[in-house]
Design a protein around this ligand. Structure first.
Ligand SMILES: CC(C)(COP(=O)(O)OP(=O)(O)OC[C@H]1O[C@@H](n2cnc3c(N)ncnc32)[C@H](O)[C@@H]1OP(=O)(O)O)[C@@H](O)C(=O)NCCC(=O)NCCS
Length: 186
């Protein structure tokens, strides 16, 4: 049995971060087919309802079980409507390091959801899960994502040249990280 994160639900006053389920399928399809999401994340294209169904009921859960990470459906605490996907991936259990990624549903952008959800997952993985380092990589041209990183308390560490892939070609990635010692300031 590989090391893996426990199935978990996290909460803020307005957000719940819970495992994906069948009720999220249509909203995942819309979020992943969205032009801005596809611009920065090289998801399957076209992204179909079948792709979303597979993500919500199988793949997101299998990734947690494999030890690669954990993927949260970020939903409105009042309505349970999907607002975002925030997930951990490429987890290295030997060095206690992992990487965070996210997209926000097109109808929910610009309201601080990404920064709030990233901040709570960072606090959980570096605190309760006792990880040492959480990386965040954003394309050099993705100003909104870099802003999310800064708002969520990450420090910029440098530029990873030619490290990223988009549908339109390779990109440089800006590397951000939060480490355990940063938690005191959050
Ligand atoms: C990037 C993304 C996750 C941001 O989600 P969000 O919930 O709107 O983010 P927040 O509201 O927490 O913060 C966005 C910040 O970026 C800023 N921003 C938005 N567009 C911007 C732009 N083009 N240039 C500079 N800043 C921008 C906003 O003003 C806000 O900062 P502020 O609160 O200081 O005003 C969302 O736009 C998205 O899903 N994009 C497509 C997928 C993606 O890029 N994922 C990240 C891959 S690394």
């Amino acid at each position: 049995m590989p090391d893996r994160f426990p199935e978990t639900t996290l909460r803020t006053e307005r957000l719940i971060l819970r495992p994906f389920g069948g009720a999220d399928i249509e909203d995942v399809q819309r979020g992943c087919a969205d032009e801005a999401t596809q611009r920065w994340i090289p998801l399957t294209t076209p992204y179909t309802l079948a792709d979303a169904g597979s993500w919500c009921t199988t793949r997101a859960h299998a990734l947690r079980e494999s030890g690669d990470g954990i993927h949260f459906a970020v939903v409105d605490a009042g309505t349970d409507r999907l607002l975002a996907n925030v997930g951990l991936r490429h987890t290295d259990w030997e060095t206690s390091t992992t990487e965070i990624g996210y997209w926000v549903s097109p109808w929910a952008r610009g309201r601080g959801h990404a920064a709030e959800a990233v901040r709570i997952v960072a606090g959980w993985v570096l605190g309760e899960q006792r990880f040492e380092r959480l990386e965040l990589k954003a394309a050099d041209g993705n100003a909104a994502s870099q802003r999310v990183a800064v708002k969520a308390g990450f420090q910029r560490e440098g530029l990873l040249r030619n490290a990223g892939v988009t549908h339109t070609g390779r990109v440089d990635l800006v590397l951000f990280a939060r480490v355990r010692q940063d938690l005191g300031g959050s």
